[in-house]
Design a binder for this molecule. Structure first.
Ligand code: PRP
Length: 215
């Protein structure tokens, strides 16, 4: 009898793409496509139970073993450093973490740089590696407005198409790191549901490799 694998999916645009990938590699769960607000879906035949959670909460569910596996952006993993295994890069949700500022910004190195971000750990680590003192200002959204209103000198934020920066008159000038979605696993589940989890990771890696080869 196969173990059911509990999968935490990030709710939203990325999650839809991730579910499509899981469906393609044999872990379909048709009821997930029903309109409505249910958050928990199971297909015992395929051996999966899915639940939709807020993207930044995926590592919490996986770290605590409520989910055996999950999909989280590398941004969330770098920011929160959860104690989980990172099994493979799904090549979805590709974007980058960048430093951006107003076009005429000049860094005054005689004082700490004011950095607005949703990702204070990533920002602190990045500037520590450059030996630059910063004053990190943690925000929860609409980061682009901070330099416009003089709350910060720069932002450290996700850039996907670059449209949000452009429309707010900001320019990206350094890439902190490339981002994409990763398949992660709970460390204990990886022992006890090893066969099932390895099978998911292997099929996902194969599908990703095939897709990348055809692009
Ligand atoms: C992210 C990020 C930018 C935007 C960048 O926000 O914080 O605002 O996407 O995308 P673009 O380069 O394609 O314009 P998100 O949509 O995740 O919303 P949030 O600020 O509510 O987290």
């Amino acid at each position: 009898m196969k173990n059911i694998v509990n999968v935490a999916l990030p709710k939203g645009r990325l999650g839809d793409k991730v579910y499509d990938l899981f469906e393609k590699i044999g872990y379909d769960c048709p009821s997930i496509k029903d309109p409505g607000r249910k958050l928990l879906f199971e297909n015992a035949d395929a051996g999966v139970r899915y639940f939709w959670v807020k993207p930044s909460d995926v590592p919490i569910y996986v770290e605590r073993g409520v989910a055996d596996v999950g999909v989280a952006g590398k941004d969330i993993l770098l920011e929160f450093s959860p104690d989980v295994y990172e099994l493979c890069d799904l090549g979805l949700g590709k974007c980058r973490m960048a430093v951006a500022s107003k076009r005429n910004f000049r860094d005054d190195t005689s004082r700490p740089l004011r950095v607005a971000t949703k990702f204070p750990s990533i920002a602190n680590n990045y500037y520590r590696s450059l030996g630059r003192d910063i004053d990190v200002i943690k925000l929860n959204g609409s980061i682009e407005i901070a330099p416009l209103l003089g709350l910060s000198d720069v932002i450290v934020d996700i850039v996907e198409t670059g449209k949000t920066l452009l429309e707010n008159g900001l320019v990206p000038y350094e890439t902190v790191t490339e981002i994409s979605a990763r398949l992660i696993a709970n460390k204990v589940s990886f022992k006890f549901k090893n066969e099932e989890i390895k099978e998911i990771a292997a099929r996902a890696a194969e599908a990703v490799a095939k897709k990348e080869a055809s692009e």
